[in-house]
Design a protein around this ligand. Structure first.
Ligand code: PAF
Length: 283
């Protein structure tokens, strides 16, 4: 595995791979690699002959009160995990190599970023859309795999790729869960045993929504309200948002139509740790 830090060197390698008719796959991460990231790598390797993994803690997607400086950076461990996973190139630039002194161009996606995560974290998706576009231009992939755990991020990236005519196939990878149902996330390491146990309410909320829809209740707004109450009634937990969106347009939906696919979006705090989760739900 070759480790690269310079964008121009990564571009030159990607160009050469393309000339050699290699199918390039990219998996973008902010490091602190876990089982979830490794599942993305595995999925990408099913299609791509060459796998580029990027590790970059992107400052522009963190809000002022968020944990940029506390974000875990276990680089040596990440290198070992990436190597063991069969990654071909690890691209890990410094922030000033990505955001140069005169940098002033951003990528902004409108409607899909106005709700849920975008509403709670102003500017977050502008940071994500910008870095993902920059990393696409640096790694020149044919395919890119992103986790469904960040469902709204995936919807934003799909929008950017379609709207900017980027010739890249975006593949969504299923959420990897711990045994108790908790979605695997870099932030889980901050949870105490009690907070981790309490956080299982997120997964139970998905089960509740599925059960309510199986009972032919199509009032999604009422089901979301029930879930909010369930989360707030769990010791140490506070709901941040609960809602349903149309699976394709990502527009918020209050009433379901039989046979249609929706996505339940959840965000909550267990103690001080903010967690998100989601699931595809069929009415
Ligand atoms: O999902 C993440 O880890 C990040 O948002 C991403 C896609 C690597 C962009 O910084």
């Amino acid at each position: 595995m070759q480790i690269i830090t310079e964008p121009s060197q990564m571009q030159a390698i990607a160009e050469k791979l393309r000339l050699n008719r290699q199918c390039i796959g990219v998996v973008m991460t902010m490091g602190a690699l876990h089982e979830g990231h490794l599942s993305l790598v595995k999925l990408a390797q099913q299609t791509a002959g060459t796998l580029i993994l990027t590790i970059f803690v992107n400052p522009t997607q963190f809000g002022l009160n968020e944990d940029l400086h506390k974000y875990p950076r276990p680089f040596d461990k990440d290198v070992a995990l990436a190597k063991a996973a069969g990654v071909d190139y690890l691209f890990a630039p410094e922030a000033d190599a990505i955001y140069t002194k005169h940098y002033q161009t951003t990528v902004e996606c409108s409607e899909v970023t106005k709700v849920f995560e975008g509403e709670k974290r102003p500017g977050h998706f502008k940071g994500v859309a910008t870095i993902v576009t920059k990393l696409f231009n640096i790694t020149k992939p044919h395919i890119a795999v992103f986790g469904e755990k960040d469902a709204q991020q995936l919807a934003v990236i799909r929008r950017v790729v379609e709207d900017l005519n980027l010739d890249i196939k975006i593949i969504g990878a299923p959420i990897v869960r711990e045994q108790n149902g908790l979605a695997v996330s870099s932030r889980n390491i901050y949870l105490s045993t009690e907070e981790r146990d309490a956080a299982t309410i997120l997964y139970n909320s998905i089960g509740h929504a599925e059960k309510r829809l199986a009972e032919h209740d199509h009032n999604l707004a009422a089901i979301a309200e029930e879930i909010t109450l369930m989360i707030n009634a769990t010791t140490g937990c506070r709901s941040d948002y609960t809602g349903f969106v149309d699976e394709t347009t990502f527009e918020p939906v209050k009433t379901a139509e039989t046979g249609k696919e929706y996505r339940l979006l959840l965000a909550m705090y267990s103690g001080t740790i903010r967690l998100i989760d989601n699931a595809k739900i069929i009415a």
